[in-house]
Design a protein around this ligand. Structure first.
Ligand code: FE2
Ligand code: FE2
Length: 184
């Protein structure tokens, strides 16, 4: 693994760190922990499909058909495994936040949601895709509201484009719907 990340990726990570801190401050989550998760989330995002698949197989990480079709889905699980192995991140909640950062997870803590959301609508992504503004607006209201808006947008996109949806994404979306509706 190369020790240096490409500049484009470093800049994305910096924007995610900044936005994750802002979201944590706004919603009373722990800024330092949200920042740590943000710093580690894309450790291997620059790898190739072949590298992700080979590394997942070497590490015994489960590779579902949807992962095989879209190996980028493995970059979170692989980053989590490396960070844990090198003891760069010892907090199991943050490791798990990074593992699932493409789909989210029903067990996510507020800090994990801050990182997740910051990753999805950091300023460059928002500029490239203005429909993400609805995610940013919902995230002003609450972290779960923001995550729900994002996963609903992904569901719409996936259906329109005929993409496979990761089972964990479906599970997280159902959980978010139940939570946000229960508290509406
Ligand atoms: Fe990522
Ligand atoms: Fe990212």
């Amino acid at each position: 693994m190369e020790p240096e990340l490409p500049k484009r990726l470093t800049k994305h990570i910096d924007r995610v760190v900044t936005l994750a801190s802002e979201l944590a401050r706004r919603h009373g989550a722990d800024e330092a922990r949200a920042t740590l998760a943000a710093q580690g989330h894309d450790l291997v995002r620059h790898w190739s499909d072949e590298q992700w698949l080979a590394e997942a197989e070497a590490r015994g990480i489960e590779v579902l058909p949807v992962d095989r079709a879209n190996p980028v889905l493995l970059h979170g699980p692989i980053a989590a495994a490396i960070l844990e192995e090198r003891a760069w991140l010892s907090d199991p909640e943050l490791v798990s936040a990074i593992r699932c950062h493409t789909t989210g997870h029903p067990s996510y803590t507020p800090e994990a949601w801050c990182m997740f959301l910051a990753d999805k609508f950091e300023p460059n992504k928002l500029k490239r895709r203005p429909t993400l503004q609805r995610v940013a607006d919902a995230a002003e209201v609450g972290l779960l509201e923001g995550a729900l808006a994002y996963l609903e947008l992904m569901e719409e996109d996936g259906q329109a484009k005929g993409w496979d949806i990761h089972p964990l994404q479906t599970e997280t979306l159902a959980w978010l719907r139940s939570q946000v509706r229960a508290h509406a």
